[in-house]
Ligand binder design. Structure first.
Ligand code: UDP
Ligand code: MG
Length: 323
């Protein structure tokens, strides 16, 4: 699999959204770490439509380190889109994805790379702990992961976006045409020989987390529905439950009528109306959600739009011959 005559190239993909403070540190730390480990590498920052000076920071790093490149989105497309743009841009024999805030410890890249050299095609970073979070966040994350683990049949409770993928795996992911690709689940779903590396989520040194409660709920809903049709089957189950209740209540009402106590049934009628009405609305909502997903996919819009690219021009020829 690896080229023995020439040293393999590792692409490091870092999605960055409003990370002007983290970009220089990430470039510095990763460059010196990989140089020390004697791993030929390139670093690709994806500026996901940041509103601060992230793009300027990336350009400064490009001028400083010849192996750093930058891609700028025309607006914020989200982390998944940024990861896929990085995979598409990477020229390496393997690609590693990690957070720009370095909450994924970069030292582990070397460990992952060595496993790749041994022949593993997917090396997953798994969280030993979730780092410092509010209890509400942990509970919400647990619920989401147990739902998605059930839906995918893959244990996702400790999964993260910190992964190293072989060129084969990267090309497989890039060939998938779905727009709402959920990277951390898809990269397990594709299979290939997989190894795991455990890591502790590090505290964020610069800036704040980019997730609001609203964006997290949206993220959970989008990814759950793009990976599983279980909520649609839930509708059938709900229908069955309501049907069984209706049969019971129907028999009971009949009995009341036959025994001459029929007038008392008003509360039951109102309750039944409310229950059936709300169940129907919930079901329509779920179906609507999937119709919206289909609508989005069918429009076939690109996952992201690149507004700008930057790389060290003086090194262009060198980079090309290197490949
Ligand atoms: N990120 C991104 N686009 C977004 C939100 C986040 O590219 O819309 C990047 C962000 O810059 C960081 C990574 O995704 O490198 C993880 O984001 P964050 O640290 O905010 O999430 P958390 O670590 O709290 O899960
Ligand atoms: Mg983070």
């Amino acid at each position: 699999m690896q080229d023995t005559t020439k040293q393999s190239l590792l692409s490091v993909v870092l999605p960055a959204y409003n990370e002007e403070a983290s970009v220089p540190r990430a470039a510095q730390v990763i460059c010196s770490l990989l140089a020390e480990a004697n791993i030929r590498h390139e670093i690709i920052f994806i500026d996901d439509g940041s509103k601060d000076g992230t793009w300027a920071a990336i350009q400064a790093q490009t001028a400083r380190h010849p192996q750093v490149r930058g891609v700028r989105f025309s607006r914020n497309f989200g982390k998944e889109a940024a990861i896929f743009a990085g995979l598409a841009q990477g020229r390496g024999d393997c690609v590693v994805v990690l957070d720009c805030d370095l909450q994924h410890p970069p030292e582990k890249i070397v460990e992952m790379y060595r496993l790749w050299e041994q022949g593993y095609q997917v090396v997953e970073g798994v969280k030993v702990s979730r780092g410092k979070e509010s209890p509400l966040h942990t509970l919400a994350a647990k619920t989401f992961y147990s739902l998605i683990s059930n839906a995918t049949g893959i244990d996702m409770s400790r999964a993260s976006d910190f992964k190293l993928l072989d060129r084969r795996a990267v090309d497989t992911l890039l060939a998938m045409r779905e727009k709402n690709a959920f990277f951390r689940a898809l990269s397990s779903w594709i299979g290939f020989s997989t190894a795991q590396v455990e890591f502790e989520v590090q505290p964020r040194l610069e800036g704040a987390s980019k997730w609001s409660l609203r964006s997290l709920i949206r993220y959970a809903l989008v990814n759950l529905t793009s990976f599983s049709a279980a909520p649609l089957q839930l509708i059938t189950l709900l229908g069955l439950v309501v049907f069984v209740c209706s049969v019971g209540l129907g028999l009971w009402s009949l009995w009341e009528k036959l025994s001459g106590q029929a007038l008392e049934g008003f509360t039951t009628v109102i309750l039944l109306q409310l229950i059936i009405g709300s169940v129907l609305m919930i079901c329509l909502g779920i179906i609507g959600y999937y119709v919206a997903r289909i609508y989005e996919e069918i429009k076939d819009r690109p996952r992201y739009i690149v507004a700008d690219l930057c790389e060290d021009k003086t090194n262009d020829g060198q980079a090309e011959t290197d490949l």
